[in-house]
Ligand binder design. Structure first.
Ligand code: ADP
Ligand code: MG
Length: 620
């Protein structure tokens, strides 16, 4: 029998290939004595087995899963599906490389018609128990059965409306039982069978769903963009639940040890009181700043800060942490090296050197070469900005300046971009499904969602400007217009965003390129001291050459003449000089223009003999 299941206490941070990043770090945190809810990890090898064996989980692995479950019941003193004290678990994906929001997680698994009663009694809080059950039905149906969320949303809205409620929190235990009955009815109607009552069936289905989610389109797209191999597979973590939604001494949040946008030292994050984890990351409620926790629950905040500090020193890097407080008791649910903007990466690397935590050479290695591109992204031209009319301000979720035409969904954004427009994608809330639209956009603006909402994280990873959580923005996605600061802005109209300040402007404000200075220069000097390669540039014009020298190039490695020839004033003369009889006369104006669209190269033209293969240049 090959080992496929590992208790958290059996793993460590070096086992990320086998346990995934989340599993390996849960194991590491367990071993350094931090408060982690107990659990176990089903390895990435089990995921590979699953795909090799016709999308099934073999008996060996199943046996190991159930053994681990029995162990978990023992340490928690609870039983799966129990009528008195049921064990509830989360089933969480976790690949080797972090892929925030790209795969699925299921919470509150183990509830059914019977155990929900035991749960209500044990917690003395029927409202909470029934709310957990209705959340579970909704998540299971969505993630495992791929039923549309809208069925459930409209039932919930219906019951709220019937009673004249505005907030979910106004629903009573009885109301929630009504919601559950309706959820189960729609499940039966759409799926042709009852909602599964056996917790072991729920568990196996959920594990398979996580394995399947490795292959969903958004995960595939994310992997393609980030060079993550398909063959790696995901691990699955099964972890006993803790509850951030048990009242006003409970809560849940996400925090970084340093600001992921600027790199500034200090706890930076968001949390929601009386809420379950997905509420924060899904961007449904706009959360409070973490400093609010210091006022609400000072003891927890103190403990949080001390553990965060410990984790940062342990991993010697900025940490991105997920936590939940259950009735005043703090639990950590995740830590990882935090994603950050290139600007923050440079700040943090320099600070860690100054704090004696890493060496200058390590600092250079900490910076992803690809990310430096972000620093070369534009900022607003200072003069143009003076005349800019600010119409709103929200969270500076991902830096850089961008101006473009507004579009309201991913498809329209992709189409407009393909047609040559600069695009600003505007959404009510960011959601991982928008990833292709975000990729096509110069900037992203959302009405809801915090700095740690998944799409804000993804925008930072892409180096795309993003302003999020703009409460006063009204987005009419169907009718394709927005209202902000007393202005109505229709599809195709220009707005400008500053992802570093969160400011939103009317119209098309000119942007300018950034330069190498400050910490950037410091890092580049450390790189210069260690490097053995010399850097030369590709430059085809005098402007390219001047720019390359400004950026530190030591020479020109490749120059191609054709860009100079393709200048519309010159090309007819060049053609005549080359003695092309069929092209002795200049092309008509319109045709030539058409030829020069897109990447600045004539389409359908073969490169001149001896020239390098075409290089794609982006002229955004
Ligand atoms: P992602 O990889 O998308 O971040 P996670 O597996 O981290 O997904 O789960 C999302 C959120 O669900 C977590 O941030 C946490 O708040 C909540 N969660 C997951 N497992 C548990 C648990 N055992 N108890 C309480 N909350 C949990
Ligand atoms: Mg997470």
């Amino acid at each position: 029998m090959s080992k496929r299941v590992y208790k958290f206490s059996e793993g460590n941070a070096d086992m990320r290939n086998l346990l995934g990043g989340k599993g390996a770090n849960l194991a590491e945190m367990t071993n350094i004595g931090l408060p982690i809810p107990n659990g176990f990890t089903i390895s990435t090898e089990a995921c590979t087995d699953y795909y090799n064996e016709g999308k099934t989980i073999n008996e060996d692995t199943q046996k190991q899963i159930f053994e681990a479950l029995t162990w978990l019941e023992g340490v928690q003193g609870k039983k799966f599906g129990d009528t008195e004290n049921p064990l509830l678990v989360s089933v969480r994906s976790g690949a080797r490389a972090s892929m925030p929001g790209m795969m699925d997680t299921i919470l509150n698994l183990g509830l059914n018609d019977v155990s929900v009663k035991g749960f209500a009694q044990k917690t003395g809080n029927p409202r909470f128990a029934y709310d957990s059950y209705r959340r579970f039905i909704q998540m299971f149906s969505d993630v495992v059965m791929e039923m549309s969320k809208t069925f459930f949303d409209s039932i919930l809205e219906g019951v709220k409306k019937e009673h004249g409620y505005t907030f979910d929190t106004e629903l009573t235990a009885e109301d929630l039982q009504d919601v559950i009955a309706q959820y189960k009815a729609i499940y039966k109607e759409k799926m042709g069978e009852e909602f599964p009552q056996d917790p072991k069936v729920q568990l196996m289905e959920a594990i398979k769903a996580v394995f399947r989610s490795w292959d969903n389109p958004r995960a595939n797209y994310y992997r393609m963009m980030n060079d993550i191999p398909y063959s790696w597979g995901t691990a699955v973590n099964v972890q006993s639940m803790v509850f951030g939604n048990m009242g006003n001494t409970s809560g849940t949040g996400v925090a970084f040890t340093r600001d992921p946008a600027t790199g500034a030292k200090g706890i930076f994050g968001e949390y929601l009181i009386n809420a379950q984890g997905e509420d924060v990351v899904a961007g449904i409620r706009t959360p409070s700043k973490i400093t609010q926790l210091e006022k609400d629950l000072p003891e927890c905040y103190k403990q949080f800060v001390s553990i965060a500090d410990k984790l940062e020193k342990h991993y010697r890097d900025m940490q991105d942490m997920e936590f939940t407080i259950e009735e005043g008791k703090l639990f950590f649910l995740q830590t990882r090296n935090g994603k950050r903007t290139a600007h923050a990466a440079i700040q943090i690397a320099c600070d860690l050197v100054d704090e004696g935590m890493i060496t200058p050479e390590e600092a250079v290695c900490r910076i992803e070469a690809k990310s430096l591109d972000q620093l070369l992204h534009p900022v607003f031209d200072a003069k143009a900005l003076k005349n800019g009319q600010q119409i709103g301000e929200a969270l500076p979720a991902s830096p850089g300046a961008a101006a473009g035409r507004v579009y309201f969904n991913a498809d329209d954004a992709v189409a407009a971009h393909a047609a040559g427009s600069r695009v600003i994608l505007v959404r009510q809330e960011t959601s991982p499904e928008d990833i292709e639209g975000m990729h096509a956009a110069e900037g992203v603006l959302t009405m809801r969602g915090g700095m740690t909402s998944h799409a804000a994280v993804v925008a930072r990873g892409m180096g795309t400007c993003c302003v999020s959580g703009c409460g006063e923005l009204k987005v009419f996605e169907e009718d394709k217009y927005i209202e902000l600061g007393g202005h109505k802005i229709k599809e195709g109209d220009y707005i400008s965003l500053d992802g570093s300040t969160g400011k939103i402007y009317l119209g098309d404000i000119q942007t300018v390129e950034a330069s190498i200075s400050g910490n950037f220069q410091r890092i580049m000097a450390w790189a210069d001291a260690a490097r053995r390669l010399k850097v030369r540039t590709n430059a085809d014009t005098p402007e390219d050459a001047a720019n390359a020298v400004r950026m530190g190039a030591e020479g020109i490695g490749l120059t191609r003449t054709e860009h100079m020839f393709f200048n519309p004033d010159r090309i007819p003369k060049i053609r005549r000089a080359r003695g092309c009889p069929q092209r002795a006369d200049p092309l008509p104006e319109g045709r030539l223009q058409g030829h020069l669209q897109g990447n600045g190269r004539p389409s359908g033209h073969h490169p001149l003999p001896g020239s390098a293969s075409p290089r794609v240049r982006s002229h955004h």
